[in-house]
Design a protein around this ligand. Structure first.
Ligand code: ADP
Ligand code: MG
Length: 739
């Protein structure tokens, strides 16, 4: 008999096992059983094609009427268009570069077709649908077996391994399998009314009823959440158990001197967070803490104080920023906040002064050598940098604290990579400006303690946001430019943000979720058939800049900024804007995070529908930083009743970062939510959705903490211990691979 760990080769033919491995990465019975159906279709129930609603996920039973391959002359790519019918209405299925399917999708064949209903050239269609054809001829007997149940599972499939074949393999696996050892404690099963693991696998693949399928799915989802939390809680225990040097603040060091210079009082929230950090730093176990707070809530000051405290104790601190612009800004900001305290060794400098260094990818050779020397001699008290800090030639003498800014862009691996540069476990402070809902934080940062800054420093000005709809009120854009000019004549500054650098940017790819080939194909088809349903028009910095400077803003000082400029130029333009030598900055999202110009009061975001909720909120956070209220305009040509417009209105109506973050995450795919945290252990999440399954995750966290507090090594539950160990190994492997 077989067990979950048995190879698929032990129960399937060589060829089938090979295809499952090559196409879907399934090697063991466990892998196969965790390849869950995407949905079920109920045998015999035909979907009325006429009633399909755009945007809906559907599965229909239908008959192929015709299939036709369209090729673009001189190109390898092709589109297959298959028309299916339910006897009355018709639906088009579109496949990019999968002309081979024409052989399968012959007129007269019947099957199940599943996908999301889209609208293309005015006709409803399914793009890249999943389908399950009823076998013909010799396979008919077989088909009766495959279609025996009432609920037919629809699996994520490939050309060589269609859904119905997977169903067959699963059936073989379930039949061959010994009783699986249950690893959830009995009390838990009865508390949640979950089926045993064997039953759960059976019901998720071959349900007796919709209810039993759902309950099985819930249990299996809970298992994922529980394993993840066990993994994270254990990791947390481990970090906490390590020993390191305490970095408690001292009485009259550079931190104390800095506090005297600070032109403002800390807010209550900042004081609270600070006391949490001090407690961590004072302990001889490393701090491992997430500091979250909305844009402008004053996280950076707190991080700087922690760094100064570490320098006071004789150690070094490093600040890892996601972009060069941001690293430079932190650098300048720190120099100005510290003033004479940052001029160690210079005549007139403070004796307690410290050295602050900047290291990025574009630091010139000679300079770089000097910075590296300062880092390894320990002279560099604070080093600010980008990914360059992770380089092999960077060797700290005594790295005591690592601050990671805007964690969203960094993975767990980078967190660990910097940590490896310390000779003993360093304290780690991760800052994120996107307030993350609790359970998402639990899944991504479940091994960190969390501090949250809820209040904003006094003197923050309110921001008003309006949506400027180009489709219904085109003249409002003209008014917007005039308003920008008025703002400038009131000695304020303005940002104009565009989604791309120049007109030929390929960021269209992302928008349509297409590969480059598919995009070319799509564009060609449109030219060919002269359709206007897929307009690719989008504002860019390179187009806006001449347009504005040649017209409404010809008397203003306008600069442009984007990621493709050489870094000295980027730096020079940003500096000019900071010093108010520029009135208007036409820019891409390079200014999204952290850029701080108090005199900027207005922002016009072009093609605002191209940006995500959090991105809009972050962008908007660049204004209203000074005494004058801010005005933000979302310019969009999205139609009035589109989801994009609804999203823009929602962001315009709220400035609550937590609320918007939730909205944002709901819109995104799971992979996006987890970001780079998706590799390693998190790649095992098949069913769990961090937003939808909030309650489940919170429950799993409690259960994990309970289990481990009674039995820290899970000695009483070897099956569970084994599963967690597997996650740990894979997390480790993912990290090593990426280095
Ligand atoms: P974040 O990093 O959270 O986006 P920053 O630390 O950059 O926010 O702070 C934003 C601005 O507010 C900075 O100019 C900073 O000097 C200022 N600031 C921070 N804390 C306070 C405070 N307690 N009172 C007044 N201004 C503050
Ligand atoms: Mg910041």
């Amino acid at each position: 008999m077989a067990s979950l760990d048995s190879s698929l080769l032990s129960i399937l033919g060589d060829r089938t096992a090979e295809v499952l491995d090559e196409n879907l990465g399934l090697k063991t019975i466990s892998d196969l059983l965790r390849h869950y159906p995407r949905r079920y279709v109920i045998r015999g129930e035909l979907t009325d094609i006429e009633s399909l609603i755009e945007g809906e996920e559907v599965t229909i039973f239908a008959k192929v009427e015709s299939s036709k391959v369209k090729r673009i002359p001189g190109r390898k790519s092709a589109i297959l268009e298959t028309v299916v019918t339910d006897g009355r209405a018709k639906l088009t299925l579109t496949f990019f570069n999968q002309a081979w399917r024409e052989k399968e999708l012959r007129p007269g064949r019947q099957g199940l077709f599943a996908g999301k209903v889209g609208l293309f050239k005015g006709k409803r269609q399914l793009a890249h649908p999943d389908y399950l054809l009823i076998p013909e001829g010799d396979d008919v007997d077989q088909a009766i077996g495959d279609f025996a149940g009432k609920f037919l599972p629809v699996y994520p499939a490939t050309a060589k391994m269609p859904s119905w074949k997977i169903a067959k393999c699963v059936r073989l696996a379930l039949d061959a399998l010994d009783e699986i050892t249950e690893y959830l404690p009995e009390e838990l099963l009865s508390e949640f009314n979950y089926p045993k693991i064997s039953e759960a696998f059976r019901q998720v693949h071959q349900p007796d009823s919709a209810e039993s399928a759902e309950l099985a799915r819930q249990r299996l989802t809970f298992d994922e959440a529980l394993l993840m939390q066990l993994f994270l809680v254990l990791r947390r225990y481990e970090v906490r158990a390590a020993k390191t040097t305490s970095r408690a603040p001292i009485k009259d060091g550079v931190l104390a001197a800095f506090d005297k210079r600070l032109p403002f009082e800390l807010t209550a929230g900042q004081n609270q967070v600070w006391s949490e950090i001090v407690k961590d730093l004072s302990s001889d176990h490393p701090m491992y803490r997430l500091l979250q707070g909305d844009v402008g809530s004053g996280k950076t000051i707190i991080a700087l104080r922690a760094m100064l405290s570490v320098v006071d104790s004789g150690g070094q601190a490093a600040l890892l920023a996601p972009t060069e612009v941001l690293a430079q800004q932190h650098y300048r900001n720190f120099l100005s906040l510290l003033g004479e305290l940052a001029e160690e060794g210079m005549i007139g400098g403070d004796e307690r002064g410290i050295q602050i260094r900047l290291l990025t990818g574009s630091t010139a050779q000679a300079q770089r050598r000097e910075v590296l020397a300062a880092i390894s001699s320990g002279q560099a008290g604070i080093t600010i940098g980008t990914h360059a800090l992770l380089g092999e030639s960077v060797n700290f003498k005594d790295l005591g604290l690592i601050v990671i800014d805007e964690q969203h862009r960094f993975g767990v691996e980078q967190r660990d990579a910097l940590r490896d540069k310390a000779r003993e476990p360093a304290h780690v402070l991760v800052m994120t400006a996107t307030p993350i809902p609790r359970t998402v934080a639990m899944t991504i940062f479940g091994d960190l303690d969390v501090s949250t800054l809820k209040d904003m420093p006094l003197g923050r000005s309110p921001i008003t946001t309006h949506v400027v709809s180009q489709s219904s009120k085109p003249d409002h854009l003209t008014r917007a430019w005039q308003r920008a000019c008025e703002e400038v004549s009131n000695t304020n500054q303005v940002y104009v943000v565009a989604p791309r650098i120049s007109a030929d940017d390929e960021s269209d790819l992302q928008r349509f979720g297409l590969t480059p080939d598919e995009l070319i194909l799509a564009k060609n088809l449109i030219d060919e058939e002269d359709s206007s349903s897929l307009k690719l028009a989008m504002s860019s910095v390179e187009e806006l800049y001449p347009m504005l400077t040649g017209d409404v803003m010809k008397d203003l000082r306008v600069g442009k900024l984007h990621g493709r400029l050489p870094s000295e130029e980027k730096e020079a333009v940003m500096q000019a804007f900071v010093r108010h030598e520029l009135d208007v900055l036409v820019t891409t999202t390079v200014i999204e995070v952290g850029v701080d110009v108090a005199n900027a009061t207005m922002m016009i975001i072009m093609n605002a529908e191209r940006f995500g909720v959090s991105q809009l909120h972050q962008l908007r956070g660049r204004i209203g930083r000074g005494v004058s209220p801010g005005l933000c305009l979302f310019v969009s040509s999205a139609s009035e009743d589109s989801p994009a417009m609804a999203r823009l209105r929602a962001v315009a109506a709220s400035t609550d970062g937590f609320e918007l973050s939730r909205l944002d995450l709901q819109e995104r795919s799971e992979g996006d939510v987890l970001g780079s945290a998706q590799s390693g252990a998190r790649s095992h999440l098949r069913l769990l959705r961090v937003i939808r399954d909030e309650e489940l995750i919170a429950q799993a966290r409690l259960v994990a903490e309970n289990l481990l507090s009674q039995d820290p090594t899970l000695a009483a539950n070897p099956e569970l211990a084994k599963a967690v160990e597997k996650l740990r190994q894979e997390e480790r492997a993912a990290y090593l691979e990426k280095r």
